[in-house]
Design a protein around this ligand. Structure first.
Ligand code: PEP
Ligand code: MG
Length: 597
C-alpha cells in the first residue's frame, strides 16, 4: 500500500512515529426495560449511586491532572461536575423512572438526549464542542450503571501508540496520557476544544479535524503524525520514515539545546537588548509561555472571552481573567489587546449587519467605539486588574489619530469613574496602538505622540498594504512579509516611534518566523512577540550577532526589488550563520517567481 497523507489542524506541535490504534469511543448501548413497580425506588438509588461514583471518579481525575499538568487544566472538569451535581438531572431522571416504570439507564438517556441535540444544533463552534462534555459525563454515569470500565485504553501498547478516534473527550485524553500515548488524531475538533488544549499542555503531538481518517487506518501499522504541520501519514514508505525520524531527532536535539537558552536574555553580543515576548489567546497557555522563557506577553488576544458563547462577558469575568494573568506573569508585563472583532472573527453575542467587505468593515476599535457597552467594561476590568501586575492596554486596527483620541477619551473617562469610586488601578498604565493599517503606518509620526508604544500587526498590515485577503488561498502566494513595500513601511514606523522616544514591538506572525530574526533586530524593534514555541530559537539568533551585523543585513535587503530577492538574500545570510536551522529551506530563485500564474 502506498503512503496516504491526511491534512488536519495541528493543535499540539511535535512529531510522533508509532503504531496506529483506532479507539472506538463506544457509546454504551442502552435498552428500555420495564421495572417492577416495587423495584423502582431501587432503580432511583442505583442512579444516585452511579452519579456519586462518577463524581468521585471525576474528582480523582481532576486531582491527578492538577498535580501532573496544572490546576488550570483540572478546571476543564468543573463543567462535568456541574452537570453531575445539577439537581435537575437526578430529579428529571427519577421522575421518568417513576412515571414510565423504566430502568435508570434509559431514564438518564432520555434526560440527556434533548440536551445533546440542543448543543449539536447551535451554530456556535464552542457551544457545539460542549456537547462532548455532556456526552462524556453521560457515558461515564451509564458505564457506572452498567458496571463497565472506561472507554479508551491502549492495552499492550503503552508508549508506542498513536491513537485515532472520531472524537476524544477530556477524560479520554487524560486516560491516554496515563497510558503514555505518543500522539493523538481525531476526525473532529478545533483549536479550542478542551482535548486540544489538554494535548498542548501535556505536550502530546496532536492533529484534529482529520476528516474520515479512521476508515483508512490499519491498526498496529506504522504511522507518522506531524502536529506542527497538521499532517498524518499512513503507510509511510521507507524514505519518508527515515526523513521523519531524522527530523524528529533534529527537533529533539535542537529543542534540548534551545531550551537551555530559555532563561537567558535576548541580547546581542554587543549588549543590545530585545524583549522577546509571547502571543497568547488563552490564559491556559501561560505555563508554556513561562517554560519557553518569554519575557512577558506581548499580545493577549482577548477575543476568546467573547467567542463561542451566547452572551457577552461581564466586567467581573474580564477582571477575574486579567487579574489572574497579571498575577501569574508578574513582574513581567502583559499587553492586553482590547476586543478585535469583526472581519473573520465573529461572536454570537455581537450581531453585526451583513457587510460586503467585513475586513474593511465595522471591526476592532471601530466596533468598540461604536459600542461603548462592550468597550467600557473591558477597559474597566483591565484597569482594575492593573493593580495586580504589569498590564498594558493596546487598541487594534487604529487607522488614524482621531480614532486613537476617541479611544483614549473613553479610557480617560473610565479612569475618572474608577477614581470617583475609589477603585485602585495603575495610573501610569501604558497605552499602545497596533500598527496594522497603511494609514497608521504612514501617520506613525503623529500617532507616536499620543501613545506609549506601538505594536505592528503584520498579519493585517500586509493584508491591507498589499491588498491581499489573508484568508483567501487563491492569492496566498502574494502574501509576502518580505515585500519591499512592507520593509519600507516597517522602517518608517520604527523610526517614527524612536523619534518620539516610544518603544515598538512586532506581534504579527512575521515575528514568529526565525528567518526574519536578524532583519527585525536590524530594523530596530525593541520587542518581538511570537508564538511561545518560537522563542528559544529567536533568542539563539539574537544572541549570536552584534546589533551592527543585524543592521547591516537589514540595510542590504533594502537594495532588493522583489520579495523573492529579499527572501533569497536573507535565507543565504541565515544559512551561512545558522546552517543547522536553515539548510533545509528551499531557496527561491531570483528568476523563479513562485506562485505566479
Ligand atoms: C496582526 O494583524 O498581525 C495581529 C497580530 O492581529 P490578528 O492576527 O489578531 O488580527
Ligand atoms: Mg490584526
Amino acid at each position: 500500500m502506498s503512503a496516504q497523507v491526511f491534512r488536519g489542524i495541528g493543535v499540539s506541535p511535535g512529531i510522533a512515529v508509532g503504531k496506529a490504534l483506532v479507539v472506538e469511543v463506544r457509546r454504551p448501548r442502552i435498552k428500555r426495560e420495564r421495572v417492577d413497580p416495587a423495584r423502582l425506588p431501587l432503580e432511583i438509588s442505583r442512579l444516585r449511586q452511579a452519579l456519586e461514583a462518577s463524581r468521585r471518579q471525576i474528582l480523582e481525575i481532576q486531582e491527578r491532572i492538577a498535580t501532573e499538568v496544572g490546576p488550570q487544566y483540572a478546571r476543564i472538569f468543573d463543567a462535568h461536575l456541574l452537570i453531575l451535581e445539577d439537581r435537575w438531572l437526578v430529579e428529571e431522571a427519577s421522575a421518568i423512572i417513576q412515571a414510565q416504570g423504566v430502568n435508570a439507564e434509559y431514564a438518564l438517556q432520555e434526560v440527556l438526549e434533548p440536551v445533546r441535540q440542543a448543543f449539536s444544533r447551535v451554530e456556535d463552534g464552542y457551544l457545539r464542542e460542549r456537547r462532548t462534555d455532556v456526552d462524556d459525563v453521560g457515558d461515564r454515569v451509564l458505564r457506572n450503571l452498567l458496571g463497565q470500565r472506561g472507554s479508551v485504553h491502549v492495552e499492550g501498547m503503552r508508549g508506542e501508540a498513536i491513537v485515532f478516534a472520531h472524537d476524544l473527550s477530556p477524560s479520554d485524553t487524560a486516560q491516554l496520557h496515563r497510558d503514555a500515548v505518543l500522539g493523538l488524531v481525531t476526525e473532529t475538533g478545533g483549536r479550542t476544544s478542551h482535548s486540544a488544549i489538554m494535548a498542548r499542555s501535556l505536550e502530546i503531538p496532536a492533529v484534529v479535524g482529520a476528516e474520515e481518517i479512521c476508515a483508512h487506518v490499519v491498526n498496529h501499522e506504522t504511522v507518522i503524525l506531524d502536529g506542527t504541520e497538521g499532517l498524518v501519514i499512513l503507510a509511510p514508505d521507507r524514505e519518508t520514515l527515515a526523513r521523519y525520524h531524522a527530523r524528529k531527532q533534529q527537533l529533539e536535539y535542537v529543542g534540548r539545546a534551545l531550551d537551555k537558552l530559555g532563561a537567558l536574555p535576548a541580547e546581542t553580543q554587543d549588549g543590545y537588548r530585545v524583549r522577546v515576548t509571547a502571543n497568547i489567546e488563552f490564559p491556559e497557555e501561560l505555563p508554556a509561555v513561562q517554560a519557553h522563557g518569554a519575557e512577558g506577553v506581548g499580545l493577549y488576544r482577548t477575543e476568546f472571552l467573547y467567542l463561542n458563547r451566547p452572551d457577552l462577558p461581564g466586567e467581573e469575568e474580564h477582571f477575574a481573567v486579567y487579574r489572574a494573568v497579571a498575577a501569574e506573569m508578574h513582574p513581567r508585563p502583559t499587553v492586553i489587546r482590547t476586543l478585535d472583532f469583526g472581519g473573520d472573527k465573529l461572536a454570537s453575542a455581537i450581531q453585526l449587519a451583513a457587510e460586503e467587505n467585513p475586513s474593511l468593515g465595522l471591526r476592532a476599535i471601530r466596533l468598540c467605539l461604536h459600542r461603548p457597552d462592550i468597550f467600557r467594561p473591558q477597559l474597566r476590568a483591565i484597569l482594575r486588574a492593573s493593580a495586580f501586575g504589569a498590564l498594558r492596554i493596546m487598541y487594534p486596527m487604529i487607522s488614524g489619530v482621531a480614532e486613537l483620541r476617541a479611544a483614549n477619551a473613553i479610557l480617560e473617562d473610565v479612569k475618572a469613574e474608577l477614581r470617583r469610586q475609589g477603585i485602585a488601578f495603575d495610573p501610569a498604565i501604558q497605552v499602545g496602538a497596533m500598527i496594522e493599517t497603511p494609514s497608521a503606518a504612514v501617520t506613525a509620526d503623529l500617532l507616536a505622540r499620543e501613545v506609549d508604544f506601538f505594536s505592528v500587526g503584520t498579519n493585517d498590515l500586509i493584508q491591507y498594504s498589499l491588498a491581499i485577503d489573508r484568508i483567501n488561498e487563491q492569492v496566498a502566494y502574494l502574501y509576502e512579509p518580505l515585500h519591499p513595500a512592507v520593509l519600507r513601511m516597517l522602517r518608517g514606523v520604527v523610526s517614527a516611534a524612536h523619534n518620539e522616544g516610544i518603544w515598538i514591538s512586532m506581534c504579527g506572525e512575521m515575528a514568529s518566523d526565525p528567518l526574519h530574526g536578524l532583519l527585525l533586530v536590524g530594523l530596530g524593534f525593541d520587542e518581538l512577540s511570537m508564538t511561545p514555541g518560537a522563542i528559544p530559537l529567536m533568542k539563539r539568533i539574537i544572541r549570536s550577532v552584534t546589533y551592527g551585523q543585524a543592521a547591516e543585513v537589514a540595510q542590504r535587503l533594502f537594495g532588493c526589488a522583489t520579495a523573492q530577492e529579499v527572501e533569497r538574500l536573507l535565507l543565504l545570510e541565515m544559512r551561512a550563520r545558522f546552517p543547522e536551522y536553515f539548510a533545509g529551506d528551499a531557496l527561491p530563485g531570483a528568476e523563479k517567481r513562485p506562485g505566479f500564474p
